[in-house]
Design a protein around this ligand. Structure first.
Ligand code: SAH
Length: 249
């Protein structure tokens, strides 16, 4: 019986892996990885390591979650070191917790290895500090793509009014609606918004807009992207951004 490590791969740049993730990927007998894991990271695996893609395309589910759970269980019984590699941090909107729960319920030993989440790592690469003295003393990370079947734990939009910086993940397709709702609950329509596409990778692109423009004539943005709403977006040119393509502010 092997052990399953649910490992965060960070947002893209392979150098943002933790030392623990690095060691486990190097020693893995099998790696089951997601769509958002940078392929360069997979090159660290030993030649005989089995690499299995279990990614879900946004919108269409290439492999259902139950199938992933079954695969993990299968490899836990047939291999020694099983790495379940997930983008960012496995416990931030990654369903890593569901996988850990399922495995534990089936008597499999599980260990979680946190990673740098795109929620914090990606804005940093765009030069956006999500907190800043006098400008932002709070931030929230919110899903921009709610599961309609989820029911009660839906986003409380009113509560977002008083939080200085809002970081939305999975928000590209609903960006217009999100801006509309934020204005509706009382956020300033002039508040700046940044989208960082493919953050921390060589293809990183930053699009800057504001809530009003986003609600009315949204700029083109392609997933995966992190959406940051707040005054801290203005600091982007001054706080060590890595690369950026600017649009209207
Ligand atoms: N567990 C992951 C998040 C999974 S949800 C984490 O902690 O980062 C998937 C969402 O994460 C995407 O829709 C996008 O909003 C964001 N994301 C992940 N990697 C990204 C990247 N390199 N650049 C921009 N957004 C990214």
């Amino acid at each position: 019986m092997g052990k399953v490590y649910i490992v965060g791969a960070g947002p893209g740049d392979p150098e943002l892996l933790t030392l623990k993730a690095y060691r486990l990927i190097k020693s893995a007998d099998v790696v089951l990885y997601d769509r958002l894991v940078n392929p360069e990271i997979l090159l660290l695996a030993k030649p005989e390591c089995q690499l299995i893609y279990v990614g879900k395309e946004e919108g269409k589910h290439t492999i259902e979650q139950e199938k992933i759970n079954e695969l993990l269980l299968h490899y836990a019984h047939t291999k020694e070191v099983v790495v379940r590699l997930k983008g960012g941090d496995p416990f931030v909107f990654g369903r890593g917790s569901e996988e850990a729960l399922f495995l534990a319920q089936h008597g499999v030993e599980v260990e979680v290895v946190p990673g740098i989440s795109s929620a914090t790592g990606v804005p940093a690469y765009a030069g956006i500090p999500i907190t800043f003295r006098r400008l932002s003393s709070s931030f929230a990370v919110i899903t921009g793509h709610e599961d309609p079947k989820k029911g009660s734990s839906s986003v409380d939009w009113e509560s977002l009014k008083g939080i200085n910086t809002l970081v939305f993940l999975m928000a590209v397709s609903n960006r217009k609606e999100i801006a509309r709702r934020l204005i509706e609950v009382g956020r300033d329509p002039k508040e700046p918004v940044a989208f960082i596409e493919r953050g921390t990778t060589r293809e990183q692109r930053v699009v800057i807009t504001d809530l009003y423009e986003l609600a009315n004539d949204p700029p083109e943005v392609n997933p995966p992207a992190v959406m940051v709403v707040g005054q801290v977006v203005r600091l982007s040119p001054y706080c060590g951004q890595v690369s950026a393509t600017w649009q209207a502010i």
